[in-house]
Design a protein around this ligand. Sequence first.
Ligand SMILES: *[C@@H]1O[C@H](CO)[C@@H](O)[C@H](O)[C@H]1NC(C)=O
Ligand SMILES: *[C@@H]1O[C@H](CO)[C@@H](O)[C@H](O)[C@H]1NC(C)=O
Ligand SMILES: *[C@@H]1O[C@H](CO)[C@@H](O)[C@H](O)[C@H]1NC(C)=O
Ligand SMILES: *[C@@H]1O[C@H](CO)[C@@H](O)[C@H](O)[C@H]1NC(C)=O
Length: 523
Amino acid sequence: MGIRQYSILLLSVCIYLPILEATSPNIVFILADDLGWNDVGFHGSEIKTPNLDKLAKNGVQLDNYYVQPLCTPSRNQLMTGKYQIHTGMQHQIIWPCQPYCVPLEEKLLPELLRAAGYATHMVGKWHLGMFLKECLPTRRGFDSFFGYLTGSEDYYTHHRCYHISELNVTRCALDLREGEEVAPGYDGMYSTHLFTQRATDLIHNHDHKKPLFLYLAFQAVHAPLQVPERYTAPYSFIKDKQRRLFAGMVSAMDEAVGNVTEALMAHNLWNNTVLIFSSDNGGQTLEGGSNWPLRGRKWSLWEGGVRGVGLVNSPLLEKPGVTSRELIHITDWLPTLLNLAKGSPERTTSLDGFDVWKTISKGTTSPRLEILHNIDPLYVDIAPCTGDPAQSLLPDLTHKPRPVTSRVNQSDGFDVHIHAAIRYRQWKLLTGYPGCPLWFPKPGSTSSLQSSPPCPTKEAAVRLYNIEQDPEERDEVSALNPTTVDFLLRRLHHYQSGSKPIIFPDDDPKCDPGLSGAWGPWA
Ligand SMILES: *[C@@H]1O[C@H](CO)[C@@H](O)[C@H](O)[C@H]1NC(C)=O
Ligand SMILES: *[C@@H]1O[C@H](CO)[C@@H](O)[C@H](O)[C@H]1NC(C)=O
Ligand SMILES: *[C@@H]1O[C@H](CO)[C@@H](O)[C@H](O)[C@H]1NC(C)=O
Ligand SMILES: *[C@@H]1O[C@H](CO)[C@@H](O)[C@H](O)[C@H]1NC(C)=O
């Protein structure tokens, strides 16, 4: 090759490289809290979600998409790309005074994206631990953070109360931070507005030289049921007060999603953005949510607890306007987004997630055949299992339930007393008590609560369902498919043998937000 050709080649390499860098897509991940299967318009809900419906319709709707049954676990899996059993966080959620967080040796998604050149911002709910400063979002890969650290709080005062049973005291304090600093001064501002405003400000101020990663984890639509009246006004036809308030909260969140997408378009970011919308777990039927016609609810391994609401919208989708029936799990986002970002997963070890971008963008077959929903030998259901909130006391979610000691004995294969579930292709196997087993009626219908025909209560049991034919988990078919049952029990045993010891420490009495004026690191 002559000198002239060589320098042309060099020149084109020099020009080409910066363009390559600039094309890494912006990633906007919107996570809704406690949004049920039947709580969005595109699933047929009576709740109106025009913005989400539009994104689902001309994007890719994820119809066979799974999350975890609780807040901390889903967020943990999103951030690590690993199953709960592989981080020691298979049991429950992180309560405000528990001294632990996602193990510090884990490299979280924002840290990996930052290494790939991204500006990384988080707005909203963290819930991945905060007893040490090293656990905070800004120490785990986010350039900026505006939001709260615990699992729930008041939407206007941003205060959280928590009862420490060891001391028999209830502590209440603000939980809102700007970076690592306490953020007073937002009293009276509804969190859906506050967080949307912050998200659109970040979009407005974004320096286009870097790709953007924005993680917007709404407080909506978790309890307490609070919303400005204008959002409930269109729902006077909903007689149930909880459902009406909940519907208003969903509408406010839908408006927020509209505002965020508009801001991306207005600032010329949209044409190179991948927007993902996901729920974190099933709806809480005691607090206005609905997973109809699916069985169970949040805190359970039934489909009502784990089948997620999900969609992807982006001008980069090669075949938009479709509903994907391919199996996708929340652990898949980390490798998928990292590959889109041309980032390097080399610092991550043994992921449970798969890169599903081709599946989403082009409609190819999902590389995922199996999902470990969870294995939790300490499982307890904290809420009353009944359909009528008036007949039961609402669960006191300011208290941490005490785990029971399990009867784990592995020498004989998988102990079917253990609360666990696994999916393989169309099959789902559940063992132990999966959580509240009821089918809650469609909101507004007069049909009463249906309990499971031979009501399997808390005794050990193995249940098998063909989810593709029977998504409502009505026909238990383990007796007809002994080979499948054996195979799935062996898979559970395999996973159980490789699980990390459970981290679930007692409350630390030293956790006193009174000292700093807010919930936050104390150790
Ligand atoms: C906890 O405190 C409350 C009031 O402060 C008291 O009524 C209750 O008996 C105490 N419970 C225990 C177990 O000490
Ligand atoms: C969306 O933007 C409009 C117009 O700025 C504003 O009035 C509304 O409060 C915003 N909605 C949310 C949920 O932030
Ligand atoms: C996106 O829009 C900007 C501004 O209009 C333009 O410069 C850029 O080339 C577009 N990128 C893509 C991938 O179309
Ligand atoms: C575990 O199971 C084995 C075989 O069934 C039995 O011999 C052993 O005593 C059990 N261990 C405990 C701690 O229950």
